[in-house]
Write a protein that binds this ligand. Structure first.
Ligand code: GLU
Length: 316
């Protein structure tokens, strides 16, 4: 099945073109910035383009002014990118076209379940584990059942018939990875394209050949690869980079204190000092050593990145 979406800037496409795709829901913290730095280093060290895509589809979470703030934060640590910045909210036609392709191939079905119902179905009858795997409740509804649900319930989401297929891939940092793909949502019940769908359509349309992102998104990758295969799209390479954690071992967040460039600035620390911490944490600079981005680029070797998460420890 062919998607038929034309690839943007196809003439410049390189198999290593990379991107950073923040959601404008708050300021970037040092963990997000470190992921952006790594995505930039992967792309630039391969002589490839680096793109920035604003993932603003979840309107309830987008905060005004955050897109500009995030772009300023990326610039403040010295990152540059090939423009223009792309905004998902302006690309609905691409997502609709992608959904249509899947629908026409008979790969989608409406799902009327609420989160609570899914949780209850997953827990029953053994009460084993709460999982976000979809148990398939709406997969084989009869026409009568569907009409009943339509009459009495909220608008449906659309799910992909993935049927728990196993998808494997080779991650540049983590090696062999694999996962089972459940029937995940591709269009939410408020009509918005789901993250998984939009990312796949965009990465293909933008000619992204290498996806470098935080290891917290590793579970999404089998879903995205399945979509690429069903849509006949090229599969990018993936590198899931280790996260920055708070001192409590949990994913870095606001509760961990001064974690954004603005917070650090208020403590008298400039963006270059934050960059120096990132460089040290990646094994690209020694203690007390301030390096330019050009220095980091010349030292960058993906094979020598520390595989384990880093604990945020400013001043170390
Ligand atoms: N927008 C996602 C986030 O901010 C990243 C998506 C991706 O890199 O694929 O977590």
């Amino acid at each position: 099945m062919a998607l038929g979406a034309s690839r943007e800037a196809a003439t410049q496409f390189s198999g290593s073109d990379g991107r950073f795709a923040p959601s404008p829901t708050g300021p970037l913290h040092v963990g997000n910035l470190r992921t952006a730095l790594l995505a930039w280093l992967f792309a630039r060290s391969a002589g490839a383009r680096f793109l920035v895509r604003v993932e603003d589809l979840d309107r309830s979470r987008v905060r005004p002014g955050m897109e500009e703030a995030q772009l300023a934060e990326l610039r403040a640590i010295g990152l540059d990118w090939e423009g223009p910045v792309v905004r998902q909210s302006e690309r609905m036609a691409l997502y609709e076209q992608t959904l249509e392709g899947l629908g026409e191939a008979g790969l989608l079905y409406p799902c009327y379940c609420t989160r609570a119902e899914i949780r209850a179905a997953v827990l029953a009858p053994h009460g084993i584990s709460a999982s976000d795997r979809y148990p398939g409740t709406c997969r084989e509804l009869s026409a009568k059942e569907r009409t009943e649900k339509e009459a009495s319930r909220r608008p449906p989401a659309l799910r992909l018939r993935a049927e728990n297929i196993r998808v494997g891939f080779e991650d540049r940092l983590l090696g062999d990875c694999q996962g089972h793909v459940d029937d995940f949502v591709v269009r939410r019940n408020d009509g918005a394209p789901a993250y998984q769908l939009a990312v796949v359509a965009d990465d293909a349309a933008q000619g992204v050949g290498e996806v470098v992102r935080g290891a917290d998104l590793l579970d999404s990758t089998p879903r995205q690869i399945l979509l690429q295969r069903l849509l006949g799209l090229p599969e990018p390479r993936y590198a899931h980079v280790p996260l920055v954690l708070g001192p409590d071992g949990r994913r870095l967040a606001k509760r961990h204190g001064a974690v954004t460039l603005a917070d650090r600035g208020a403590l008298g620390e400039c963006p270059q000092e934050v960059l120096a911490w990132m460089a040290r944490s990646l094994g690209l600079a020694g203690r007390g050593e301030k390096r330019t981005l050009a220095d980091l680029l010349s030292r960058f070797d993906p094979g020598r990145l520390p595989p384990e998460p880093t604990i945020w420890s400013p001043g170390v």
